[in-house]
Design a protein. Sequence first.
Length: 377
Amino acid sequence: MALIQNALIIGGGVGGMCAAIQLRKQGVDVTLVERNPDWAPDGAGITISGPTLRALREVGVLDEVLRLGGHWNAVDVCGPDGSVKVTVPILPALGAEDLPGAGGIMRPVLADILGHATQAAGATVRLGLTFESMLQDEGGVDVAFTDGSSGRYDLVIGADGVHSAVRKLVLPDFPGPKFSGQGSWRAVVPRLRENSTIYMGRTTKAGVNPISATQCYLFVLDKREGMDFIDSALWPEKLAELLEEFGGQVGDIRDALRAGSMPDAKVLYRPLAGHMINGPWHRGRIVLLGDTVHATTPHLASGAGIAIEGALVLAEELGRRHYLEGALLAYAGRHYDRARLVVTASGRMGQIEQAGGSLEEHTAVMRDAQEKLRAPL
Ligand SMILES: Cc1cc2nc3c(=O)[nH]c(=O)nc-3n(C[C@H](O)[C@H](O)[C@H](O)COP(=O)(O)OP(=O)(O)OC[C@H]3O[C@@H](n4cnc5c(N)ncnc54)[C@H](O)[C@@H]3O)c2cc1C
């Protein structure tokens, strides 16, 4: 008999949706509740590393992701004027040598692909609500929802992101994510190059990654004193200021942001916060997934990747163990090292950037982590 008959997933982000799809493949009756009635994340671009492409193939959505997104096999490293200094090939993940080195896609497009796959897999999706209370005993978890309905589940998966409400039930003493000292800026720009491209300025590093046949997203990180509020009306000008020292393609983007001639740029700013929580990641029949337990800065572009990998590992362990406690311990035990590698290496890269530290060390930390992440799960 299967270890669990039914499961409730709180949070319909990448982690929650992939968990729903993988559990449905085992015949588990899945309900997914998502607080956002539109089920739509911010309109920014996201990079999908080689290992993440491999994980998405296992989920079953890779063809759509490659069809609607962009991909590349090398990174051009350029000077501030846009001239290419060196081109670095990206090796695909092991066991996925037929796939591109990396890909990119608009977040809402990825969410749409996974959302359709979640529903096609037969999960019940309930939007615009969350849980009000949860009470567990040996046999299940009784959940009351904010719309007055209720249900009883063999397992509850908290996949409700970095500011998780489910986490308060599992780890009540956790103080919350910590500000990393950097802010992230994003904009959607025309695709002018084949490869992913990084522009090394004296004080700022900017990059563009393809997200479709015609578009890239621009990313810049800046050093900040705190998680200060910045009025969104100011974001295009603030981003333009950060691009001051660049010529070439990035200089053109800066000028267009200033002139207001890129109305679809969808400029986004986010202060970066994160954490790496020690396992185990469950209490009884309630378990945490994705950013709830390992929220990273974007330096390795792998936060969504480890949320998806966590969903694969969790479903796999639930599918092959005989005891729930053993499955949930094995999930955290197997997934912890990869998640920690992403969070700590990304954090170190951010520290080096803030201190104006060694480019060699920055590159070494990134290469070492990328090489380790190519290994199979
Ligand atoms: C600026 C930035 C850039 C990034 N770039 C990349 C990148 O290029 N590549 C990459 O792999 N990763 C990237 N990441 C990391 C990535 O976005 C996250 O790691 C990933 O989204 C985590 O997925 P998740 O499912 O755990 O959480 P989320 O994606 O945050 O999903 C959580 C979901 O739960 C819902 N929710 C929240 N609370 C409740 C509640 N109480 N009840 C019901 N629903 C709830 C939310 O609405 C949301 O839909 C980036 C992160 C940042 C901040």
